[in-house]
Design a protein around this ligand. Structure first.
Ligand SMILES: Cc1cc2nc3c(=O)[nH]c(=O)nc-3n(C[C@H](O)[C@H](O)[C@H](O)COP(=O)(O)OP(=O)(O)OC[C@H]3O[C@@H](n4cnc5c(N)ncnc54)[C@H](O)[C@@H]3O)c2cc1C
Length: 391
């Protein structure tokens, strides 16, 4: 098999890259360890920045998102006995976020690629990449019992946080990893229930943080800060609903309960690897960076990376110009670090840290009062939350 770009991973990064390349006439093959059904059914992220929404619409992926997604013009910060709305729409000159589940985005991308005759290989195993320092790298994998080989010009490492491709960049000599582990985690549930709020609620409380969010009119995504060692099986449904309710009760919110169909502990980590390229390999998305979910940036950063990579590959194929490819890592890392900062800031403002004193709690309240009371501080949050424009 021969293609121009071999893409390892059919998540948002890999599939969006394949879609964008196709629109400019560049061929790709996408491979993934998981089955199509697994990819299309796993519920993960759901908050799309304005730039992600605009890109999907502009490239013909917007129909279902516009029909089934929910545009949120604001978010709520609950603290100190009240709920304070940040009007993102007004503060950013008309920008907003859209709640549309990641697996629905992936369904749209897969459908678009298959309709255009795209080559997607699901359920593969034993991925191996060689020849990154030459101009004909090779990707090998096993598919339907046969060993296959793709010869290509470039390899895109879009294989998520359990990446294989990142480790192809020699550590130390070339690659530096930046890592932070937070001393808490999120207990996340998916529940069949009506929404408790028209817009997301980020709640600061004496018992710790909670996030009231949604995936659709009948499926709700709720989180509360917990011990990283917590075991979801130790918590009954009643205890979970009670804990979430207690974290928002002080602010006057009431949670609508229902049947919980998924419970999971989400570890809190910040990670960035630099550089995000090596020879003919370019990393994108979680393969190169992860953010704590507080800022809802993971999926959006994956899309922003491949938006830049698509243009760089386009310049190479259309004009033999390698400038954008050479500066790829430098370009995307600026946004990555901005998102790291925003996610860390939201996390540190809203969570209860072990050993936090009354001083720390009062300082957090003062910060939240500044963010909700000053239009310039509120605008900083709003601009970052709806996302910086895609460059
Ligand atoms: C519970 C949860 C909630 C989240 N909420 C949000 C949110 O609200 N907003 C937000 O923006 N982000 C959120 N995120 C993060 C977001 O889901 C990720 O940042 C996003 O999926 C990253 O996309 P990706 O394409 O880089 O990687 P992934 O989606 O992880 O895709 C990588 C793909 O590569 C495949 N793969 C791995 N190894 C190989 C290999 N060796 N060979 C071939 N294929 C391979 C995997 O099977 C996978 O399909 C959340 C994540 C989780 C887990």
């Amino acid at each position: 098999m021969r293609t121009q770009v071999a893409i390892v991973g059919a998540g948002p990064a890999g599939l969006m890259l394949s879609h964008l390349l196709h629109l400019r006439g560049v061929e790709s093959v996408v491979i993934d360890l998981r089955s199509r059904a697994d990819i299309e059914e796993t519920i993960k992220a759901g908050v799309l920045e304005q730039g992600t929404v605009d890109l999907m619409t502009r490239t013909g992926l917007g129909d279902r998102m516009q029909r089934d997604g929910f545009v949120h013009h604001g978010i709520n910060l609950a603290f100190n006995g009240g709920i304070h709305r940040i009007d993102m729409h007004d503060l950013t000159g008309g920008r907003a976020v859209t709640v549309y589940a990641q697996h629905e985005v992936l369904k749209d991308l897969i459908a678009a690629r298959l309709a255009a005759g795209g080559d997607l290989r699901f359920g593969i195993s034993d991925t191996a990449v060689e020849g990154l320092d030459g101009d004909r790298p090779v990707v090998r994998f096993t598919h339907e019992g046969r060993r296959e080989e793709i010869e290509c010009d470039f390899v895109a490492g879009c294989d998520g946080s359990r990446t294989y491709t990142r480790f192809l960049i020699p550590e130390g000599e070339i690659r530096t990893d930046f890592f932070r582990q937070y001393p808490f985690a999120w207990f996340g549930i998916l529940a069949e229930a009506p929404p408790s709020s028209d817009e997301l609620i980020y709640a600061h409380s004496d018992r710790g943080f909670a996030l009231i969010s949604t995936r659709s009119p009948s499926v709700q995504r709720l989180y509360f800060q917990c011990d990283p060692e917590a075991n979801p099986d130790d918590w009954s449904e009643a205890q979970i609903w009670d804990e979430i309710q207690q974290r928002v009760a002080g602010a006057g919110a009431t949670i609508k309960t229902g049947t919980i169909f998924q419970k999971a502990i989400l570890q809190f980590r910040s990670f960035v690897c630099e550089p995000m390229q090596y020879g003919r390999l370019f990393l994108a998305g979680d393969a190169a960076h992860t953010v704590p979910p507080t800022g809802a940036k993971g999926l959006n950063l994956a899309v922003a990376d491949v938006h830049v990579l698509d243009r760089a590959l386009g310049a190479f194929y259309e004009a033999k110009d390698t400038g954008l490819l050479e500066s790829y890592s430098r370009t995307v890392l600026r946004r990555v670090w901005r998102a790291q900062h925003f996610s860390w800031w939201m996390t540190s403002m809203l969570h209860r840290f072990s050993g936090a004193t009354d001083f720390d709690l009062r300082r957090q309240i003062a910060e939240l009062e500044m963010v909700t009371g000053s239009s310039s501080a509120a605008r900083t949050l709003a601009e970052n939350y709806v996302g910086l424009p895609l460059t």
